[in-house]
Ligand binder design. Structure first.
Ligand SMILES: Cc1cc2nc3c(=O)[nH]c(=O)nc-3n(C[C@H](O)[C@H](O)[C@H](O)COP(=O)(O)O)c2cc1C
Length: 305
């Protein structure tokens, strides 16, 4: 009733953890049984270690949170030798999220991962700033994204999920570029660039100044973008943004998603992933839907035949 396919990857249910909200699995294992979601997706790993941004790194706003964590991590080498042996085999499926700061870093990370068994998919965080282009995200330009997917694909046979940024001028064009160059799926959305201000101190509330908005506030934007992208591409679309309940999951499927990711909800209720997965069968039964995949892309838009 719940199993779905993302290209060659079979997931026992369509619910995946979103990158950055469950650490590298070890930080969240006390409250998330990693076997519950269809796949466990880990926080972004880069080629070199990164310290991350100055605190405060998270601030609560109406309808969600802003974060500017800054991708702190140990770098791919130490991840593979120190972290991976501890998390390998601990989840139904394990997805790794990677990012480069320069174009040539992406294939280097991919080459280091190669065909490592136990990593079921790589998600490319193309929202990462490209230091060669003044810090603009890789996600801005279809040609850049096409090249990234090609060079990463040259180095690893692991299926690639390209994670789209909501601010790309032509998000459908970026999704097509990913598809045409061999991506297995696209996921969207990453956070929306935003800020919070403390007027008394005249300072931004985040240590870095700006951050990314996530949580229920972004859900309507994410639904619209998932719908738009799903109409442009043939590869599976993974919906992300403000999902906190099983109803939210099914809304994303109807809008065009094959699977979803759940992020910020875990900060409010660390057991959110498990509750969402548990609640899905009853909702489907009550609506007489035999299988979760029967819902994908069934939205009836006004005026459409
Ligand atoms: C604290 C925090 C850290 C995040 N870190 C990452 C990250 O390292 N890499 C990434 O691709 N997305 C990261 N994201 C974005 C989420 O994966 C997700 O795309 C976004 O938050 C929207 O989903 P949500 O509303 O369910 O959180 C992070 C989000 C939050 C809230």
């Amino acid at each position: 009733m719940l199993d779905v396919r993302i290209g060659p990857i079979e997931l026992k249910n369509p619910v995946i953890s979103a990158s950055g909200c469950y650490g590298q699995a070890l930080e969240s294992e006390a409250f998330v049984d990693a076997h519950v979601p269809g796949a466990l997706l880990l926080k972004t790993i880069t080629l070199h270690p990164r310290a991350g941004n100055p605190p405060p790194r998270i601030v609560e706003v109406a309808g969600g949170i802003l974060n500017s964590i800054g991708l702190p991590n140990k770098g791919i080498e130490r991840w593979l030798t120190e972290t991976f042996p501890k998390v390998r085999g601990h989840a139904s499926k394990l997805f790794l999220n990677i990012a480069g700061e320069r174009t040539d870093e992406w294939p280097k990370i991919a080459a280091r991962i190669g065909a490592t068994p136990g990593i079921d998919a790589l998600e490319l965080n193309i929202s990462c700033p490209n230091v060669e282009q003044g810090g603009l995200p890789f996600a801005r330009d279809p040609e850049t994204v096409a090249r990234l997917v090609r060079v990463v694909k040259n180095e690893t046979p692991i299926p690639l999920i390209v994670k789209l940024a909501p601010e790309s001028p032509d998000i459908g064009g970026i999704a097509l570029a990913a598809q045409e160059n061999g991506a297995t799926a696209v996921s969207l959305i990453n956070t929306i660039r935003a800020m919070a201000v403390d007027w008394r101190s005249r300072k931004p509330k985040l240590g870095y100044g700006f951050g990314g908005l996530s949580g229920p506030a972004v859900k309507p934007v994410a639904l619209r973008l998932v719908h738009e992208v799903a109409r442009r591409v043939k590869i599976p679309v993974i919906g992300i943004g403000g999902i906190a309940t099983a109803d939210d999951v099914l809304e994303f499927l109807v809008a065009g998603a094959t699977a979803v990711q759940v992020g910020t909800a875990a900060f409010r209720d660390p057991r959110a992933l498990a509750t969402i997965v548990d609640d899905l069968p009853k909702l489907l039964r009550d609506a007489e839907v035999a299988h979760v995949r029967d819902l994908t892309g069934t939205l009836r838009m006004p005026g459409a035949r």
